[in-house]
Design a protein around this ligand. Sequence first.
Ligand SMILES: [Zn+2]
Length: 474
Amino acid sequence: MGKVITLFKLLPKLHQMLLCGLVFVTLIIIFMPSDDVQASKQTPSTSGEYDVNTRYDVPLAFRKPTPPSASMSESTPSQRTSSEKLAFNTSEQSKKQALVQATDKPEIQEPAAPKLKEKRFQVKSGDTLAALFDRAGLTAKDVYDVTQLPKAKKDLLKIMPGDNLVIAKNDDGKLVQLRYHLDKITTLIIDRTDSGYKEQIVTKKVEARSKFASATIENNFWNAGVNAGLTPNQIMQLATIFGWDIDFALDLRKGDQFAMIFEEEYANGEFLKNGNILAAEFTNQGDRYTAVRYKDGNYYSEEGRSMRKAFLRSPVDFKYVSSSFNPRRLHPVTGQVKAHRGVDYVAAVGTPIKAAGNGRVIKSSYNQYNGNYVFIKHNDTYTTKYLHLTKRKVKTGQSVKQGQIIGTLGSTGRVTGPHLHYEFIVNGVHRNPRTIKLPKSEPIAKKEKAQFATLSKTMMAELEHNKQVQIAAQ
Ligand SMILES: [Zn+2]
């Protein structure tokens, strides 16, 4: 640099001035911002924008991914496609997405799609379609036009609080698309076309998957069911299937086991709900019971005998009865145990009591010993008696169906606490309803026998296989 200055000083004055001018012009050209440089100012990622020795706050976007945006999702095209398809079906996500995915061809490129604003509106209590459209910035004419469509008329005019409507508008604020989820799998879609609004129902394909669950009962059936991953509804279903064979209120013991195969329904990989129990096995105090669901919707034992029998083992649902196995709970009326001719179920006052079988009420009355009581004659052989009820719900002479509520549990009459006293009488003799051998149930129809046998064999093998797999995994 020093040499350059010395050389410069040796030059004549005129040359010095010319050289200075040239350097000046060159510098101006170099530093005059070109279009490119200006453009790069909008994108701070260009390193040339930053001065050395100056501290810059790096925008968060550099360190952390921002919420989904067009540019980000483009970097992962496959993911985007799948999320769009999902968004097409779930209202939750659809509000975040542009309308592209709502068309029938999710492959349409974003730039080509019209610019639409879509928003989700929730139906409020007292809302009408007109009120909601008004909130959405739509007109009474829009309400009229849309409800000219038959399905829209049927479904949109009875919207319920909590329902959601997704409304998409174009730049002019005109309604372009409306989506309304009728249920988890069905959506009503209304689109604006050149020839007016068109409507269609889009239904997701429901896929059934079978699932296995099993448990060994430690202290009560309910907990075992919950631990096996069953819902309360499934636990009750299982108890209902075996409710003619097992008294779930009083007869379960530690070590009892169950295993079952049931259906789960999915749509686009999304869990919808549990389906039916397809096959089940219950081992109670060493006795093994099996059930297979047939296409008629009924359950049969693996040999093809109906699970339905003339009598329920228990007139009280187990969920109301003290669930512990403590045997003292079975006999709450101390002093009566010796002369006891029935079974006592201890549960809360008001617990519903069911008729054990079809029959006719031969007595519905009150006395000081029995309190409110109901006697049912089922046929010439069988009679059942229900004592100490709070309320009777049937009258003398009335016909009753199996499972029908005949009254509620109470503590009327001579008792020390609320319970149901239940008697089972066979040819005038008191018998234990929990152990008595009852007539065999109906076999499956002859013409169904072969088909059922094949199904039963398959289901029982699958149940057994799953049990073995589970044992091996332990
Ligand atoms: Zn009793």
